[in-house]
Design a protein around this ligand. Structure first.
Ligand code: CA
Length: 225
């Protein structure tokens, strides 16, 4: 099993490398976020131990970038207990586990072994359809490099469609999952909001990601239209 340790405290990185090697792992080291990301992209690792506070690129940015690139390598985050970051943030960006420094080496090895047992199934923290990307945690939507501003309702509608990308979703299904039971006075509210959404995510880009399936509902194209 091949591990990457991304840690800017050189002594800690060396100690981890030495310890993990003695457990039988192959261990590479990066000392900053940018080179860690590069190594993670090309290194075909079975797991990554990733410090949060790193020069050049934070651990959060590294794991977020990997997940956007659909790289599902298991990631265990290490963070100093300074209150600036918390576990929820780390797991939100797509990390699999989290240890706060100072941590027990024995616990680290046990957690790593658990991650390695699980392997790297797809578990997107962000939803992707072609060049359309929706990040539920950061509440952001982008097409390519262009950030798209949506209202809360439009965001919920797009999130639901993206979670079921490629499937036909009925109007009733959308009404149940995107609108609560109150305040839906107009029968055509779904059509109206699909129209709003198209004007923001499709029309300006010359695309047609949200297609109408006559008499049934809507489908978000898996290639993002
Ligand atoms: Ca650090």
């Amino acid at each position: 099993m091949r591990l990457l340790v991304v840690e800017d405290e050189v002594r800690l990185a060396r100690a981890l490398q030495k310890g993990l090697r003695s457990e039988g792992f192959a261990v590479d080291i990066s000392h900053d976020g940018a080179s860690g990301l590069e190594s993670a992209r090309v290194g075909n690792y079975d797991a990554i131990v990733l410090d949060v506070m790193l020069p050049r690129l934070s651990g959060y940015e590294v794991v977020r970038t990997l997940r956007r690139e659909r790289n599902w390598v298991p990631v265990l985050l290490l963070s100093a207990k300074d209150g600036e970051y918390d576990e929820a943030d780390g797991l939100d960006v797509g990390a699999d586990d989290y240890l706060t420094k100072p941590f027990s080496y024995v616990v680290l090895v046990a957690r790593l072994r658990a991650l390695l047992r699980r392997g790297a199934p797809e578990r997107p923290a962000v939803l992707v359809a072609g060049d359309l990307v929706l990040d539920p945690a950061a509440k952001q939507v982008a097409r390519g490099d262009a950030t798209i501003s949506l209202t809360a309702r439009e965001f919920s509608l797009l999130e639901y469609l993206m979670r079921r990308a490629g499937e036909v979703v009925s109007r009733l299904d959308l009404l149940e999952h995107v609108w609560d039971s109150y305040g839906v006075s107009e029968a055509n509210v779904v059509e109206v909001y699909v129209g709003y959404l198209r004007r923001k995510i499709d029309t300006p880009f010359g695309r047609a990601a949200v297609t109408t399936v006559r008499g049934v509902g809507y489908r978000l194209e898996t290639d993002g239209g």
